[in-house]
Design a protein around this ligand. Structure first.
Ligand SMILES: [Ca+2]
Ligand SMILES: [Ca+2]
Length: 500
C-alpha cells in the first residue's frame, strides 16, 4: 500500500470542474472506490462495507462470483450529504454461458439494503431507486439483458415473474455481458431528473456513452446510501465492479466550501486518521518484508495506453525474434545433415574407385568433414555463381552482336548501291577486256603490217593470204557484238534493280 496513492485520491477530490455553465461537479472520495489499492491488505474497502459472497481485491470488487446461488452487496458507510449527484460505475459481467444470471443492481435508498436479499442480492421493498442490469429473461419475452430503473416507496415487492416490466420507470435493451472492455453506467440525479447513460464496452473510448433512460420529476429520499449488489441463480456470471466514482452536483450560485458539522466532521476526521495510520503501518511492514526494494515512483504504478501498446509490440517482436532464432537453428541442423550425407556419399565413391584416394594424414582421424568442408562448398557455389554471371554476360554480348549483324544485313539489303557497285565492277572489267582485245588486234595488225612491208625477196606464203580489209571487217563485227552484249547486260540489271 502506498500513501501517495491515497494523497492522489485526495487531490482528485479537490479538483472542481463544471460540465455545464450552471453546474459544478465535486469528486466525493468518501462515496467512491477505484483501483489500484481498491481494497486494503485486510480486505476492507475504505468508506464502504460489503458482505454476502462479495470479495474485494486491489483491482475490483467481485460482488457475486460465477457460482450458483451467490449473493453479495457493497454499501457506503455514510449517508449521502448532498442533494444532487452523478455516479460513474465501471463493471464487468462475464461468464462462459451463452446466457447468464441474475444480474447487478445499483441502489440509492433511504437505508442500506441486505447483503443476501431477494432482489439482485439485496433487499426487496426498498425506499428509493433501484437500477437493474437484468441478465436473465424470467418472463421469456426475449428482452434480456435489460437495463431498467424502478422507484419504490418501501411498499412494493419486485415483480420477478415479469422481470419488473410492470413496475419500471424507464429502461433500455442493451447487452452488457462478456464485453471486450468494461461496461459503464453514468447515473445522474440533478434537479429531480434522473438520467442514465450506458457505455457498452465495445470500445475503450470514454466518449461512447449512449442515452439509456431519462425521467423527470423523480423524488428520491434525502440522506440515502449508495450500494451495488448482485446475484447468481442456476446460471452464474462473475459480477465485478471496477470503479464507483461519485461526484456531487451543485448549481453555480450554491457553490460553497464543503463543510461537515459537529459529529459528522469529527467522525470523518477520525476515520481519515485511522486510514492514514493503517497506511503507514502497512507501508512499514512492506519495507520490512522487502528491504532491498527501493520506494517505487508513483508514476511506475500506472501504465498509459501507449505504454501498454508499446509493451505489447515489444513482446510480439521478441516472440518473432525467438521463432526466427529457432528457425535459424533448424536450418543449420538441416545444412549440417546435408553435408554429412554428401560427405558419406563421396566417401563411398572414393571407396569404389579403389586406393586412388590418398589416406588421411597420420594423427588425424578420417571423418566426414575431411571430404568436403563448408567453406569448400561455399567456394564451389561462389565459383558457379561467378560462372553463371559470366555466361550471362557472354550470352548478352552474343545477342548484341547478332542484333547488330542483322541490322547491318537489313540495311545493306535495302541499299541499292550494293548492286550498282557490282554492276560497275563488271562493266569496268568488261571495258578492260575490250581494251585488251583491241590491243591484241592492234598488235596482230602491226605484225601483219611488218610482214606486208617485208623485203621483196620473201615470197608470198602459199597459204591463202587474208586481205587487210577482211581483218578490219572482222574486228569491227567483233567489237559490235561485244558492245551489243554490254548494252543488253546494262538493260537487264536496271530492270532487276526495281525489285529491291
Ligand atoms: Ca430477470
Ligand atoms: Ca425479460
Amino acid at each position: 500500500m502506498n500513501i501517495f496513492t491515497f494523497f492522489s485520491f485526495l487531490l482528485v477530490a479537490k479538483i472542481n470542474y463544471s460540465f455545464a455553465t450552471s453546474v459544478h461537479k465535486r469528486f466525493e472520495y468518501t462515496y467512491s472506490f477505484k483501483p489500484p489499492y481498491l481494497a486494503q491488505k485486510d480486505g476492507s474497502v475504505p468508506f464502504w462495507e460489503y458482505g454476502g459472497n462479495a470479495i474485494a481485491s486491489s483491482e475490483s470488487v467481485r460482488i457475486a462470483p460465477s457460482l450458483r446461488s451467490q449473493k453479495g452487496a457493497i454499501w457506503t458507510k455514510q449517508p449521502i450529504n448532498f442533494d444532487w449527484w452523478e455516479v460513474d460505475i465501471s463493471f464487468r459481467i462475464s461468464g462462459r454461458g451463452r446466457i447468464g444470471a441474475d444480474g447487478l443492481a445499483f441502489w440509492y435508498t433511504k437505508s442500506k439494503g441486505a447483503y443476501n436479499g431477494d432482489v439482485f442480492g439485496s433487499s426487496d421493498q426498498w425506499n428509493g431507486l433501484g437500477l437493474f442490469f437484468d441478465s436473465f429473461d424470467n418472463d421469456n419475452h426475449h428482452n434480456n439483458p435489460y437495463i431498467m430503473a424502478i422507484l419504490n416507496d418501501g411498499t412494493k415487492q419486485f415483480d420477478h415473474q415479469n422481470d419488473g416490466t410492470t413496475q419500471q420507470l424507464a429502461g433500455c435493451l442493451n447487452d452488457f455481458r462478456n464485453k471486450p472492455f468494461p461496461t459503464k453506467a453514468r447515473i445522474e440525479y440533478y434537479q429531480n431528473t434522473l438520467t442514465v447513460q450506458f457505455h457498452n464496452g465495445m470500445t475503450n473510448n470514454e466518449q461512447d456513452y449512449q442515452m439509456c433512460l431519462r425521467a423527470e420529476n423523480v423524488i428520491l429520499p434525502k440522506g440515502g446510501y449508495f450500494g451495488v449488489s448482485a446475484a447468481t441463480g442456476g446460471l452464474a456470471d462473475d459480477h465485478d465492479v471496477i470503479h464507483f466514482l461519485t461526484n456531487s452536483l451543485h448549481a453555480t450560485d450554491q457553490v460553497q466550501p464543503k463543510q461537515y458539522v459537529g459529529e459528522d466532521q469529527q467522525k470523518l476526521q477520525e476515520e481519515y486518521r485511522d486510514y492514514q495510520q493503517k497506511l503507514e503501518q502497512q507501508k512499514a511492514e512492506y519495507r520490512k518484508e522487502h528491504p532491498a526494494e527501493k520506494e517505487p515512483d508513483l508514476e511506475d504504478w500506472y501504465e498509459s495506453d501507449s505504454q501498454r501498446e508499446l509493451r505489447q509490440i515489444f513482446q510480439g517482436q521478441n516472440q518473432i525474434y525467438e521463432v526466427m532464432r529457432e528457425l535459424n537453428k533448424k536450418i543449420d541442423e538441416v545444412v549440417g545433415r546435408q553435408e554429412r550425407t554428401m560427405s558419406l556419399i563421396s566417401q563411398q565413391g572414393t571407396g569404389v574407385q579403389g586406393a586412388g584416394a590418398p589416406p588421411p594424414p597420420p594423427g588425424q582421424p578420417m571423418h566426414a568433414g575431411d571430404t568436403i568442408r563448408r567453406h569448400e562448398v561455399d567456394a564451389v557455389f561462389n565459383n558457379q555463381n561467378l560462372m553463371i554471371g559470366y555466361m550471362k554476360e557472354i550470352k548478352q554480348f552474343i545477342l548484341e552482336v547478332k542484333q547488330r549483324a542483322d541490322t547491318i544485313i537489313n540495311n545493306q539489303a535495302k541499299q541499292p548501291t550494293a548492286q550498282v557497285q557490282s554492276v560497275g565492277y563488271d562493266s569496268q572489267s568488261l571495258i578492260a577486256e575490250m581494251r585488251d582485245g583491241l590491243n591484241h588486234v592492234k598488235t596482230n595488225m602491226m605484225q601483219m603490217a611488218q610482214k606486208i612491208t617485208a623485203p621483196p625477196g620473201g615470197a608470198c606464203p602459199t597459204v591463202n593470204c587474208v586481205s587487210v580489209t577482211t581483218i578490219l571487217i572482222i574486228s569491227i563485227v567483233h567489237l559490235a557484238v561485244i558492245l551489243a552484249y554490254n548494252l543488253y547486260r546494262d538493260s537487264k540489271d536496271s530492270s532487276n534493280k526495281k525489285f529491291y
